[in-house]
Design a protein around this ligand. Structure first.
Ligand SMILES: [Zn+2]
Length: 502
């Protein structure tokens, strides 16, 4: 026989009920597992002949086994609080997963009950072997009884098992005498107690279980009330916290300013620039999703003085703990418009949309693998060479391999190394009249004769400015090497990032 006899079950059940266990604990401690029985524990106890037909629950004092977790008052309190918190937070998730944390001393109380039964009931040796071996856990019974009630209250579907809902409701229950209960036990029974205390090492649930398994019942009886004393106060609800896994929204942006950093720029905790691409793009997204915070991700980044134009740079924003996780398309459009009308420095150039893991992989891979297009305004320093400048020959050069030592400007944060990058295509030309006029308008002193424009396509990760000006000979060959003149860079635009996005 691998379980208790029915006669023994009845005996234990009646004893537990008598010493102050609630009806749910009586059922779970005689190893009743059928979830249906927990839907109506009184009827089940009658059906299983554990109690008389006339049995009624009297005035409840806190159960000595679960401290009230499985009793109506405790469950009702949790239910009310969950409803209040969910209403307040307004999470839109259609599903939820519940996590329940309970006081550590419950394990201790079960141990005491085990000893009490062995001491006080004259059970056959065969039954003693199976005693408390397969009891149902408090958490499992709680879930059987509570999840349908929570579902009905908050109109969301509960998800259990290995693939939890992204929306987590965390319930933490505590009890006044929890710490004193097990601390006393550990002090008396764990030889390592003082050493742990001195080194400030906290006990985990497993540590406590381990200590319990080493103690013989006489020692328990020496120090503790067997059966466990009736608690004077029931379990308390410490807190209920809700959190939703981050969601990602992505799109493309243009950066139209040469005085704007991509992310907020702090030096010694002080914000160095008034705003950033991240600040300008993300405010309305945080507002719309009611997230706690965000993480900004993009396919590469531009320097403060570099613009991104045309189709724009792919980006994604992770919204941490959002309350709203779906936004209809027309509202998404309105968010885009709101961002674009709030600033002239940054503009969204694509539809904003929610992203999945596959999208994020594309973004990450694209950072290193995809080709990029640039337009550089270049300056020839040596006047006498301007006439001889042969820009046409650049178009004939394809797949030019360049070797770049770590640029001087980033040496303080990157190790010195040399890397090979590919210039796929180039096209040099003089400024159009329109471009010349624009430049004259913005910078009246500029010498237009010294300028030319280079459009080029490079491999991701090329130090583009260094390719143009040569970085004191650290990039070989540079544009200057290819043209046979000294060239410097006056302005740079990112004109295209070759990524299927979003
Ligand atoms: Zn109980």
């Amino acid at each position: 026989m691998d379980s208790l006899t029915h006669e023994t079950e009845i005996k234990i059940f009646k004893y537990l009920l008598e010493i102050g266990c609630c009806i749910n604990c009586c059922l779970r401690l005689v190893s009743v597992h059928n979830p249906e029985y927990y839907e109506n524990p009184i009827e089940a106890s009658k059906k299983l002949k554990y109690v008389e037909e006339s049995y009624k629950i009297s005035e409840e004092s806190p159960c000595i086994a679960c401290l009230g977790i499985l009793q109506e008052t405790g469950k009702h309190q949790v239910l009310e609080e969950i409803t209040r918190v969910i209403l307040l937070e307004g999470n839109d998730s259609p599903t939820f997963t519940c996590a329940l944390s309970v006081p550590m001393s419950l394990t201790l109380r079960e141990k005491f009950l085990d000893i009490s039964i062995r001491e006080n009931l004259d059970l056959p040796p065969n039954d003693l072997e199976h005693l408390f071996l397969r009891i149902e856990s408090i958490k499992d019974v709680w879930k059987i009884q509570m999840l349908p009630r929570i579902e009905a209250k908050i109109s969301k579907t509960s998800i259990t098992g290995n693939s939890p809902s992204p929306f987590l409701i965390d319930i933490s229950l505590i009890h006044d005498c929890d710490e004193s209960d097990y601390d006393y036990l550990l002090k008396k029974c764990d030889p390592n107690y003082h050493e742990r205390r001195n080194r400030n090492i906290k006990y985990s649930r497993n540590n406590i279980k381990k200590v319990l398994s080493t103690i013989d019942k006489n020692k328990f009886a020496e120090f503790f009330a067997i059966p466990p004393a009736k608690p004077t106060r029931p379990i308390q609800l410490e807190k209920i916290s809700c959190s939703h896994a981050g969601v990602f929204i992505g799109g493309r942006y243009n950066k139209l300013s040469r005085e704007l950093s991509q992310t907020p720029w702090f030096i010694n905790g002080e914000k160095k620039m008034e705003s950033s691409v991240q600040d300008l793009l993300c405010g309305p997204l945080i507002e719309a999703t009611r997230a706690d915070s965000l993480k900004f991700l993009s396919s590469g980044r531009e320097d403060v003085d570099v613009r991104t134009i045309n189709s724009g740079r792919p980006f994604a924003v992770e919204l941490i703990n959002p309350r709203r996780t779906t936004i209809p398309e027309d509202e998404m459009k309105m968010i885009s418009e709101k961002i674009n009308s709030s600033t002239e420095l940054v503009q969204i150039t694509s539809n904003l949309k929610f992203l999945d893991a596959e999208h994020l992989k594309t973004l990450k891979d694209g950072e290193n693998k995809k080709s990029k297009f640039y337009r550089a305004l270049c300056v020839v320093n040596n006047k006498s060479k301007i006439e001889a400048l042969n820009l046409e020959k650049l178009a004939e050069m394809r797949h030019v391999k360049i070797i770049q030592k770590t640029p001087v400007r980033v040496l303080h944060r990157r190790p010195l190394a040399a890397r090979v990058r590919m210039l796929y295509r180039m096209r040099g030309r003089r400024l159009t009249n329109k471009e010349a006029e624009e430049l004259k308008k913005n910078t009246p002193d500029i010498l237009l004769d010294n300028l030319f424009i280079l459009d080029f396509k490079t491999q991701a990760g090329t130090y583009v400015k260094e390719f143009v000006h040569g970085d004191f000979g650290r990039t070989k060959p540079s544009l200057g090497d290819l043209l046979g003149v000294d060239v410097d860079i006056a302005a740079l635009d990112v004109t295209g990032i070759n990524l299927h996005w979003p």
